[in-house]
Design a protein around this ligand. Structure first.
Ligand code: SAM
Length: 264
C-alpha cells in the first residue's frame, strides 16, 4: 500500500512517538469492557494500543482513504468505524457511560468541544490532544487574557486537568505549535445549578463579545444598576474578571423568579 499523504484540510498530524502514545494510553487507562470512542483514528497510532486493552472500540473518521486502511487492519467485530464528520456525530447514541478520546484535528477543535459538551450527560470522561494554546484557554482561571467563553462554558460543565505537554517532534508532519493533553470529567448533574442553559450560554457569549468593555455596557440590554447591586457584582468590571459562579448567578437572575434556585 502506498504511504498516506497527510491532508491539511483534515488537520492530519500523525503521532509517531511511541513514548507519547504510551503516556496518552496510560492516562486514559482503558479497561476491557469500557465503551470508548476515538475521534480521528488516522493511521491508528492510538487505535492499536487502545484495542490491545479493550474488547471493542468505536472510531469516527472522515477521511475515506484512512477508513479503507483501518478496515484492512482491524477486524469489524473489534473495531466499529463510523464514517463521517465528528461534528455531526451523535455521541450520545453509543452509550450512557461513554469514554471519548482523540488526537483532535486542530482546525475544528473549538466547535467539536462545544458539540461534545452538549452530550456530557452520556459521558464518563474525555481525553484529548489539542493545541497547547487551546488547552490553556480551556483550563484558564479568571483574570487573564486566556480566560474566555471556552473557559467558562467548559469549566461549568466539566472538571478539567491539563495532563502534559507534547512537542511538535512527536508528530508527522510536525505542527508549528506545541500540543497538550487534557482530561475532561463531567460534573454531576446535581452540581449544575444553571436554570436555563441556553440563556447562560447567551450571556457568556455576549459578555465576551467585547471583552475589553465594561459589563455595564456589554450586558446593558439585560441588567440595570439595581440588578448589578443585587448581584453584588461591580458593573465596571470586564468579562474576564468574573468567575464561572458569577456568570451562573447572572443567568439565574435573568430567569423568571419562579424558576430560580433559592440561593443562586
Ligand atoms: N489519531 C491519529 C494520530 O494520533 O496519529 C490521527 C490524528 S490527526 C491530528 C486527526 C484525525 O482526525 C485525522 O485522522 C483526520 O482525518 C480526522 N478528522 C479530521 N476532521 C475530522 C472530522 N470532522 N470528523 C472525524 N474525523 C476527522
Amino acid at each position: 500500500m502506498k504511504p498516506h499523504v497527510a491532508r491539511k484540510r483534515f488537520g492530519q498530524n500523525f503521532l509517531v512517538s511511541p513514548g507519547v502514545v504510551a503516556k496518552i494510553v496510560d492516562a486514559i487507562h482503558p479497561l476491557a469492557d469500557d465503551t470508548l470512542v476515538e475521534i480521528g483514528p488516522g493511521l491508528g497510532a492510538l487505535t492499536e494500543p487502545l484495542l490491545a486493552r479493550l474488547d471493542h472500540l468505536h472510531v469516527v473518521e472522515i477521511d475515506r482513504d484512512l477508513i479503507a486502511r483501518l478496515r484492512e487492519r482491524f477486524p469489524r467485530e473489534r473495531l466499529t468505524i463510523h464514517e463521517g464528520d465528528a461534528l455531526a456525530f451523535d455521541f450520545a447514541s453509543l452509550a450512557h457511560d461513554l469514554r471519548v478520546v482523540g488526537n483532535l484535528p486542530y482546525n475544528i477543535s473549538t466547535p467539536l468541544l462545544f458539540h461534545l459538551a452538549a452530550c456530557a450527560d452520556h459521558v464518563r470522561d474525555m481525553h484529548f490532544m489539542l493545541q497547547r494554546e487551546v488547552v490553556e484557554r480551556m483550563v484558564a482561571p479568571p483574570g487573564g487574557s486566556e480566560y474566555g467563553r471556552l473557559s467558562v462554558m467548559l469549566q461549568y460543565r466539566f472538571a478539567m486537568e491539563r495532563l502534559f505537554l507534547v512537542p511538535p517532534g512527536a508528530f508527522n508532519p510536525a505542527p508549528k505549535v506545541e500540543s497538550a493533553v487534557v482530561r475532561m470529567t463531567p460534573r454531576p448533574r446535581e452540581a449544575l445549578v444553571v436554570v436555563d442553559e441556553a440563556l447562560f450560554a447567551e450571556v457568556v457569549k455576549e459578555a465576551f463579545s467585547q471583552r475589553r468593555k465594561m459589563l455595564r455596557n456589554t450586558l446593558r440590554e439585560r441588567l440595570g444598576e439595581e440588578e448589578w447591586a443585587e448581584l453584588e457584582i461591580d458593573p465596571k468590571r470586564r468579562a474576564e474578571e468574573l468567575t464561572v459562579g458569577d456568570y451562573v448567578r447572572i443567568a439565574n437572575r435573568l430567569s423568571p423568579p419562579s424558576d430560580r434556585p433559592r440561593e443562586s
